[in-house]
Design a protein around this ligand. Structure first.
Ligand code: NDP
Length: 281
């Protein structure tokens, strides 16, 4: 049911599945029953796995990204497993679209208990002679997109934290090992992810007293589409760095996200750094 005009980028209303008769496939834990989660970057990789993990724990999930076909497919998979999902096509680097995506999720699903701010791009290479449009894209998605979405979601998360069923809410920002330490060849990606860390800690101090937990999840190397958007020479170098390594799967990070948002009300997991065992830096 679309009850308001939210812009031309919003696809027609399409809540997939119904919460009734839900049968979890993997987890017996239903800690997120009667809650609503919004995951940005849900069309692939970590966001897709996180959306499934939250749906398996009982959350109704709003799926946000630009590739609408992928979101529809994921929504159907969640519905087939007995969950409920709402695909929302949006470019989070556009403030109006990020704001409208959050508004639509709340309007159609009634509330917002969990935001996973996951959408991101990683375009690596030396700073000298770098294509500056790659820097702009990373700042626009990794930083501004995350800020716009958080800004729009905050009033709803704070409201959810005041009431049942959990009397606590969660905002999870996906940073990276690159948000902890800088490396040669990833300067601007480092800058965006360090920015995510700084913003998260400041916001955490601002809202944690109101039972809105702000958490930072920092993955090491994960097998996703992330590196595929790099220039070929950069992609080769990334592949070489990890070719001998048993790297993480998106589900490994989804597990961490699910853990963070299913702690008891008095427990806040502020920061989680997850590397493949063999990753040294
Ligand atoms: P993917 O490339 O598989 O996923 C990135 C997601 O972000 C996609 O769903 C993409 O959807 C979405 N996205 C990109 N730009 C936009 C935009 N402008 N508006 C909305 N959505 C957007 O990579 P990962 O799953 O690996 O990345 C997820 C997060 O994890 C990122 O923040 C990344 O920095 C972080 N991370 C990943 C690591 C890894 O090794 N893979 C390591 C450390 C951190 P679409 O294109 O459909 O819009």
């Amino acid at each position: 049911m679309v009850t308001g005009w939210l812009g031309p980028w919003i696809t027609s209303s399409r809540v997939l599945g119904s919460g009734a008769g839900y049968r979890p496939r993997v987890n017996s834990s239903r800690d997120l029953d009667q809650t609503v989660a919004l995951v940005t970057g849900a069309s692939s990789g970590i966001g897709q796995a996180a959306a499934k993990a939250l749906a398996e724990r009982g959350a109704t999930v709003a799926l946000v990204a630009r590739r609408a076909d992928r979101l529809e497919q994921l929504g159907s998979e969640i519905a087939d497993a007995g969950g409920t999902a709402l695909p929302i096509e949006a470019d989070v680097s556009d403030r109006a679209q990020a704001t409208a995506a959050v508004a639509r999720a709340v309007e159609e699903l009634g509330r917002l208990d969990v935001l996973v701010n996951n959408a991101g791009v990683m375009l690596l290479g030396p700073i000298l002679d770098a294509p500056v449009d790659e820097w702009e894209q990373m700042v626009q998605v990794n930083l501004l997109g995350l800020l716009y979405t958080a800004h729009a979601a905050l009033p709803h998360l704070l409201k959810a934290a005041e009431g049942n069923p959990r009397r606590v809410a969660d905002l999870v920002n996906i940073s990276s090992v690159a948000g902890r330490m800088a490396r040669k060849g990833s300067g601007v990606y480092n800058a965006t992810k360090h920015g995510v860390g700084a913003f998260s800690e400041s916001l955490r101090q601002e809202v944690t007293g109101r039972h809105l937990r702000v958490s930072l999840v920092e993955p090491g190397a994960v097998a996703t589409e992330l590196q595929s958007h790099n220039r070929p020479e950069v992609r080769d170098q990334i592949e070489k760095r990890f070719e001998e390594m048993d790297i993480l799967q998106a589900e490994d990070i989804a597990d961490a996200i699910a853990y963070v948002v299913t702690r008891p009300r008095h427990v806040a997991i502020n920061e989680v750094l997850v590397r493949p065992t063999q990753q040294e830096q």
